[in-house]
Design a binder for this molecule. Structure first.
Ligand SMILES: O=P(O)(O)OC[C@H]1O[C@H](O)[C@H](O)[C@@H](O)[C@@H]1O
Length: 641
């Protein structure tokens, strides 16, 4: 057995590189003096082998050639740059390495006035200025982790009271004081969170990053209006639906996907013979919810919990009906910056995550980001790198590579935070700028087996952000899978090797390092990127806090559904004739008085036919001009609508 195992391990063992190190190895030995031995085991030579033959010149010449490209390649110089620019937040144990981004001292000096202006704007924002001018709103997510910053006593008390209410409410649910209506002796075991965008991405990221293996309540998400996806989540809950707390999250209350999710969940409760109203309340037909929990317990009458903006329909409904509690959802907290509001804190607390630590981490990071010295301000350093790497116009994408499975959803979270904030058509002066910064990525080292090939050698249209987590396993749980090497060493080596391999081919990268994934470090990373986005938006003179482009899509979707209603009406009229009159697309379009929408009418009919809601009497959807369509049955009620 041993021999076969050793045979196996030697088969997998990475080949030791040849003695004369490649330029890459020299770069790495400068970067990781204490760890270069480990990197040797990653056959750094094999990476160097990929460098095209015409570059197999003597090291010095190669280095000279690279330096001409503007990126420093001398290991000694790189080490100096690394040390000079290394940012450390001692209390958080967080590091930021920007040494592999090639900004020059001249560039930093040139940007200084804009950074000072950004710092002044951020200071005014935190003091309560209307920092979202297009919507006439303050921007106050930083106040959530330091209510003393809020510009009024009223807001300060609201923030503190809400946080306390979240804590005590979650504690009552977790300890079983608040129970499911259908099992008074039991306790809630699951959360079903219904929400989309900022009302889902933060809670999803934090659940994946921080939920313990056996949380007091397991969370599931419905974050789309996909019936199959909703059915899957309900099916996964099975009989546990009876002990599921349904949280519906929608700040505006006007998001159709979320409303649909709520209505679908209600139906599932009815079909399971459960009294939905006792586990979630809705405000009647006009769906205008923010975040609320409704539940029934032995101590309470059928009560709901609502989180909503002051005096919204939901707020009034909850007050009049005497719901269990109402958490205020503030209009000065945007969806993409709401993870540290009740939107994110409530689901997190119900999963046993220490939300006080999340807030503490974010608060420490906020404080660090208030310095006006760029090189001591981690958020400013990120913004500096983003601007340099993407020319201040988003010319390169931000590839986010956490080398930690639990941070898998960080890039999805950052996609909304960065792209919905920066991706704007006009700047604050009304100039058309079409700004943006594209974010993608999953996790390392997994992504090395997917698209790192293109990053290393293909189109140079990105810069990388590595998220390094130093602690591989809790103390006492690690082991060496080969002499002197643990599984985590491989992960570490893959990160460093990829960073070196990219840099050796002039691909720039940033590295954020934390000790481990904890509520504090996650809170700090959320705060770091929220602030970096705000500073960067100032540098490029845009409003980071509105999202006009989203409304366009919502409006267009509404028009498609309105057209569908007309198509249904026309088909119904034709189907109620005797004999039934199947219609061509042209006839449907004409009777809808929408000849210019014939393509959309065709798509509507094809979708309905695929769901057995329209019948293709002649022809096939593959030949649109051939089809004749009618409805399976006549609905006389609809005839006179
Ligand atoms: O929380 P809701 O009001 O339902 O909004 C959910 C999402 O809707 C839109 O897509 C907005 O652009 C997002 O910022 C928001 O997070």
């Amino acid at each position: 057995m041993a021999s076969s195992l050793s045979g196996l391990s030697s088969a997998f063992k990475l080949q030791n590189p040849t003695p004369n190190k490649s330029p890459l190895a020299r770069v790495d030995s400068a970067y990781f003096p204490a760890r270069s031995k480990l990197l040797d085991r990653f056959s750094v030579q094999s990476v160097a082998k990929e460098i095209p033959a015409n570059r197999s010149k003597p090291k010095n010449e190669t280095l000279k050639e690279d330096i001409k490209k503007g990126l420093e390649k001398d290991p000694r110089e790189l080490w100096r740059r690394y040390v000079d620019w290394l940012y450390q937040h001692r209390e958080l144990g967080l590091y930021l390495d920007v040494s592999r981004v090639g900004f020059t001292d001249e560039f930093v000096a040139e940007m200084e006035p804009r950074f000072q202006a950004a710092f002044r704007a951020m200071e005014k924002l935190e003091k309560g200025a209307i920092a979202n001018p297009d919507e006439g709103r303050m921007v106050g997510h930083y106040w959530l982790r330091n209510s003393g910053l809020a510009p009024s006593k009223y807001l300060r008390s609201q923030i503190d009271a809400t946080f306390d209410a979240v804590c005590s409410f979650a504690a009552d649910v977790v300890c079983g004081k608040i129970k499911p209506p259908s099992s008074p002796e039991g306790r809630f075991t699951h959360i079903l969170s219904v929400g989309i965008g900022g009302s889902a991405l933060g809670p999803q990221f934090v659940a994946e990053a921080l939920a313990p293996d056996n949380p007091p309540l397991k969370i599931r998400f419905i974050d789309n209006t996909d019936p199959a996806g909703i059915d899957h989540q309900i099916a996964q809950l099975g009989p546990e639906l009876a002990s599921t707390l349904v949280i519906v999250i929608s700040k505006s209350g006007g998001t159709p996907e979320t409303r649909n999710g709520l209505l679908e969940v209600q139906k599932a409760f009815r079909e399971a013979g459960l009294d939905f109203a006792k586990q979630v309340f809705i405000s009647g037909s006009c769906f205008c919810f923010c975040v609320f929990l409704a539940l029934q317990s032995s101590e309470y009458k059928s009560q709901g919990v609502a989180i909503t903006q002051e005096n919204s329909l939901l707020d009034n409904t909850a007050r009049i009906e005497g719901w269990l509690a109402r958490f205020p959802m503030f209009d000065w907290v945007g969806g993409r910056t709401s993870e540290l509001s009740s939107v994110g804190l409530l689901p997190a607390a119900l999963q046993g995550i220490d939300i006080k630590e999340m807030i503490a981490g974010a608060s420490l990071m906020d404080e660090a980001n208030r310095t006006t010295v760029v090189r001591n301000n981690p958020a400013a350093l990120l913004a500096l790198c983003w601007y340099w790497a993407s020319d201040g116009v988003g010319s390169k994408d931000m590839v986010v590579l956490p080398y930690k499975d639990s941070l898998l959803l960080f890039s999805r979270y950052l996609q909304q935070l960065v792209m919905e904030s920066i991706g704007k058509e006009f700047d604050l002066d009304g100039n058309r700028v079409n700004q943006g910064l594209t974010v993608y990525g999953n996790k390392g080292s997994t992504d090395q087996h997917a698209y790192i090939q293109q990053l290393r050698e293909g189109v140079h249209n990105f810069f990388a952000t590595f998220i390094e987590v130093l602690r591989d396993r809790p103390p006492g749980h690690d082991w060496e899978l080969e002499p002197g090497v643990t599984c985590g060493d491989y992960l570490f080596g893959m990160l460093q090797g990829t960073r070196s391999a990219l840099y050796s081919n002039d691909r720039e990268s940033i590295t954020v390092t934390v000790q481990e994934v904890t509520p504090r470090s996650v809170g700090a990373m959320i705060a770091l990127y929220e602030r970096a986005v705000g500073i960067y938006a100032s540098l490029v003179n845009i409003n980071a806090y509105h999202q006009p482009g989203v409304e366009a899509g919502k409006k267009a979707a509404g028009e498609v559904l309105a057209l569908q209603k007309r198509v249904l009406q026309v088909l119904n009229e034709a189907s109620c004739k005797d004999p039934v009159e199947p219609l061509t697309l042209d006839e449907v379009a004409e009777r809808c008085h929408a000849p210019e929408d014939i393509e959309m009418i065709y798509k509507i009919i094809a979708h309905m036919a695929a769901n057995d809601r329209a019948l293709i009497a002649e022809g096939s959807c593959g030949s649109p001009r051939s089809i004749k369509v009618f409805l399976g049955e006549c609905n006389l009620d609809e005839m006179y609508v």
